[in-house]
Design a binder for this molecule. Structure first.
Ligand code: FAD
Length: 311
């Protein structure tokens, strides 16, 4: 139930796997809480195919998220869709302000904000967003049936993007600045055995060209004698970076890359504030749904103890 007085024992900010799992656990601990997120499912929603979540041999991200959402809601916790734009401490409470001008109050906060896509800083990148340039293969792959596309990157996400695109496009170039792909061997082997995918190593894109939409990309290293490839679509898969604004407002300690520093029980440098999922330095090395869920569960358990001790 959404509390009419807007005062909660816990407000969970985010609605990805970490936040949704935290809500399930918070319900089990009978914590009066609100879960508020900009978009249900977060990055997990965008995963085309998930094959490493226990009990699910192969499932679309959107389907897995929908199952977790049903679980959350079945415990009597609706998810408020809104963006938190400000958090500050007032007396012994936190005051959260949302994009739709709501004011919400909580004794404790769990930040499960996830990450956002990293832009690759190509000179004219912004100009081509939505005109052949995309950061979301799951959202946009369908527009490239029998077309030629390129993927920038060499990590698991880039491999997954190329494999997904190879099911739709007629040709996929994967362009990577290093001499070897990184990440899961299983995915790398699939890339090597896929006849539609051609990996171009030791190369970066120097410029995107096109008139109103992408037509070609220039390479900083000639490939097969050419320094330009004609393409219809470009997918940037060069990783993600942590969300910043709320972390700075709460003056939370972060590591050099901007991820929130957490202890093993998910506490942060500020009393009353916990963090879970991709936003922390805990799951930072793995960046997976299972680790995000696990951090959400650990945080809820610790918050329960904290609230009990306050009574
Ligand atoms: C294409 C792709 C494929 C992937 N495939 C796999 C896979 O096969 N297996 C796997 O385990 N993992 C996979 N991942 C990684 C996985 O999606 C992430 O590790 C996981 O989603 C992290 O969960 P999270 O809850 O920490 O963050 P997220 O899922 O990113 O969720 C963050 C949440 O915070 C919300 N939010 C952010 N800022 C605010 C704000 N100010 N106010 C309110 N809400 C806010 C967002 O709307 C979102 O709901 C994949 C990722 C991508 C992009």
């Amino acid at each position: 139930m959404i509390d009419k007085k807007n005062i909660y024992s816990l407000i969970i900010v985010g609605a990805g796997p970490a936040a949704l799992t935290a809500s399930i656990y918070a319900s089990r601990y009978n914590i009066n809480h609100l879960i508020i997120g900009e978009a249900i499912g977060g990055l997990a929603f965008e995963a085309h195919k998930i094959c490493n979540f226990p009990t699910e041999f192969e499932i679309k991200g959107a389907e897995l998220v929908s199952k977790i959402q049903k679980h959350v809601e079945s415990l009597g916790n609706p998810i408020m869709i809104d963006k938190v734009v400000g958090i500050n401490r007032e007396n012994n409470q936190f005051k959260l302000t949302t994009q739709s001008n709501k004011e919400l109050f909580a004794e404790t906060i769990l930040l499960a904000l996830g990450t956002r896509y990293r832009q690759s800083n190509l000179p004219n990148e912004k100009e081509f967003i939505g005109k052949g340039l995309s950061y979301c293969v799951t959202c946009d792959a369908m527009f490239y049936k029998d077309k030629v596309v390129a993927v920038i990157g060499g990590s698991d996400n880039a491999q997954m993007a190329s494999l997904h695109l190879s099911e739709i496009a007629k040709k996929v170039y994967q362009i990577y600045r290093k001499d070897k792909l990184q990440g899961e061997t299983f995915l790398i082997n699939q890339i090597k055995n896929n006849k539609k995918i051609e990996v171009i190593y030791n190369t970066e894109i120097s410029e995107i060209e096109g008139n109103g939409k992408i037509e070609s990309i220039k390479l900083n290293n000639p490939y097969k004698g050419k320094n330009k490839i004609d393409i219809d679509g470009l997918f940037i898969e060069t990783g993600t970076v942590p969300q910043k604004v709320l972390i700075e407002e709460l003056s939370l300690e972060t590591n050099n890359a901007g991820y929130i520093k957490v202890e093993i029980n998910q506490t942060t440098s500020q009393e009353g504030v916990w963090a879970a999922g991709d936003i922390t330095n805990g799951s930072n090395n793995v960046h997976q749904i299972i680790t995000a869920c696990s951090e959400g569960a650990i945080a809820a358990e610790d918050i329960s103890k904290f609230l009990q001790n306050k009574k």
